[in-house]
Ligand binder design. Structure first.
Ligand code: MCA
Ligand code: AMP
Length: 445
């Protein structure tokens, strides 16, 4: 298969269950035969071999894959299903085997639609073409010197770019065996005995705090961190305890990974690296003018890349709002660029996009979920700094009647994914508003 040329000879194990490359190709072939012609198929993306077989099988059949977070509540699940028009995939049999002749996707059909949160509303479907995915994986393989001689280990969720595109399709394109650890715990990473490891900063922070696990990674060739900024203290602890700090790379669902460090260059704490070959970046000020790349001036980062999404599914206006007419993606991230081309991500323009444990969470989505509770009159959701998770979701609520924080947290996880529920609910008499009536989130503490 074009996208996954090494499928037939790349073994994969997930949470202790393994398939040889040939077995995986056979099981995916059997699944492909069952979903062929369905157009778009939803896959409940638990961290299992079944998910890998379903995703690979659908791709082989030229069917668009929509991974659904396994803990998504009914509201989120229903939104994804209705918005994408995805058919429910048949159950996966990892023991099935079939020869299957790959069916190329029709022109313009995305390989995948990944749902990701915006500042308001329900998650948007990011359409990713097979060509964009292939281009990104090839750029990353070259940058990281990632070859069939590597064994990749990680335990990231299989419904986002990091765990699924880089972490599953990557090995099947490069030909490096995959050990998915089920969950990204320090002990599981230590046991995996791999040469290459992927993690979000929370994973590295927890690993660095576990001396035995950190020592076990001394023999690894390369550790890679992404999905959120790696805190400098974690960088230093990893260097001290694992004998090496991770390299960083930066990207987003809409652009895939566009900026990275390399194994041979010096690691620079707080800096993510250089644009991948063929990727252009620039900084833009509030007035839309280009800003100097002097290592100090900060502005919005814009990226032009062959790995760009095709657009947001069913949302041409939202797509036009983030991609300029000449093809630059407005990332919403605030960055600075050094004269030597290195990039530092300083923060986000909008406080309404929260990153917790590497998950992107829209404040508006959580507020809407809270407002559906009969006791909630008003709600404002913010991200608060947190050593372990980067940020945690905190909700400020004006209640109509006495209500417990735990009841509201449970209520949110009843409609959205578990990681979106507030960690803390603060009941207040009123929310600070400006003269226009808009909530002043900066005044909440
Ligand atoms: C969680 N728990 C809670 C709450 N939230 N309990 C009460 N109230 C809450 N508000 C529960 C959890 O369900 C869990 O229970 C337990 O508390 C521990 O939760 P937590 O501290 O969150 O730890 P965790 O569940 O181990 O999660 C940390 C994690 C996770 C493993 C790092 O955040 C994670 O997998 N992050 C990866 C996100 C990711 O892949 N992002 C990539 C996006 P129990 O133990 O019972 O289950 S793609 C991207 O960003 C771009 C493209 C890029 O650059 O990569
Ligand atoms: P998502 O769409 O979930 O892929 O989230 C993308 C966002 O994650 C970006 O817009 C950044 O805010 C953030 N991000 C990803 N990688 C990094 C990194 N290495 N450093 C800082 N922020 C990052």
């Amino acid at each position: 298969m074009d996208l996954l040329p090494r499928l037939g000879d790349t073994p994969v194990s997930v949470a202790g269950r393994a398939l040889t490359g040939e077995e995986l190709a056979g099981a995916a072939g059997a699944y492909a035969a069952r979903v062929a012609g369905l157009g778009t198929v939803a896959v409940t993306a638990e961290a299992t071999l079944e998910t890998v077989v379903a995703v690979v099988g659908a791709l082989r059949a030229g069917v668009t894959v929509v991974p659904v977070p396994p803990d998504a509540g009914p509201m989120e699940r229903e939104h994804i299903r209705r918005d994408s028009g995805a058919a429910t995939g048949p159950p996966v049999d990892v023991a099935a085997r079939a020869d299957y002749r790959d069916a190329p996707a029709e022109a313009g059909r995305p390989a995948m639609v990944l749902y990701t949160s915006g500042t308001t509303g329900l998650p948007k479907g990011v359409m990713l073409s097979g060509a964009a995915i292939a281009a990104d994986l090839d750029l990353l393989a070259a940058a990281w010197e990632w070859t069939e001689d590597d064994v990749l280990a990680h335990g990231l969720p299989l419904f986002h770019v990091h765990g699924l595109v880089l972490g599953v399709l990557g090995p099947l394109r490069v030909g490096s065996p995959l050990v998915h650890t089920g969950r990204p715990t320090p002990a599981a990473y230590a046991e995996a005995g791999a040469s290459l490891y992927f993690g979000v900063p929370t994973v590295w922070s927890r690993l660095a705090a576990d001396q035995a696990a950190a020592s076990a990674l001394r023999s690894a060739r390369l550790l890679v961190s992404g999905s959120a900024g790696l805190p400098v203290p974690v960088f230093e602890q990893m260097r001290a305890r694992a004998g090496q700090a991770p390299i960083e790379r930066y990207g987003m669902t809409e652009t895939l990974i566009t900026i990275s460090g390399t194994p041979s260059a010096d690691r620079r704490p707080g800096w993510v690296g250089l644009p991948l070959p063929g990727v252009a970046t620039r900084l833009v000020g509030d007035d839309g003018q280009a800003l100097p790349m002097d290592g100090e001036t900060v502005g919005e980062l814009e990226v032009r890349t062959p790995t760009l999404m095709t657009g947001y599914l069913n949302r041409p206006d939202d797509t036009a709002a983030v991609i300029t007419a000449d093809g630059w993606m407005r990332t919403g991230d605030v960055a600075c660029i050094g004269a030597d081309g290195w990039h530092r991500i300083v923060g986000r323009q909008s406080t309404d996009l929260i990153k917790s444990g590497g998950y992107r969470i829209g404040a508006g989505e959580v507020e809407a979920a809270l407002l559906a509770h009969p006791a909630v009159a008003e709600a404002a959701v913010v991200g608060r700094p947190d050593e372990d998770l980067g940020q945690v979701v905190v909700a400020y609520v004006v209640a109509r009647r006495p209500v417990g924080g735990a009841e509201l947290t449970d209520f949110v996880s009843g409609s959205l994914s578990v990681h979106k529920r507030p960690r803390r609910v603060v009941l207040v008499d009123e929310l600070p508003r400006n003269a226009m009536g808009k909530v002043q989130k900066k005044l909440l503490d």
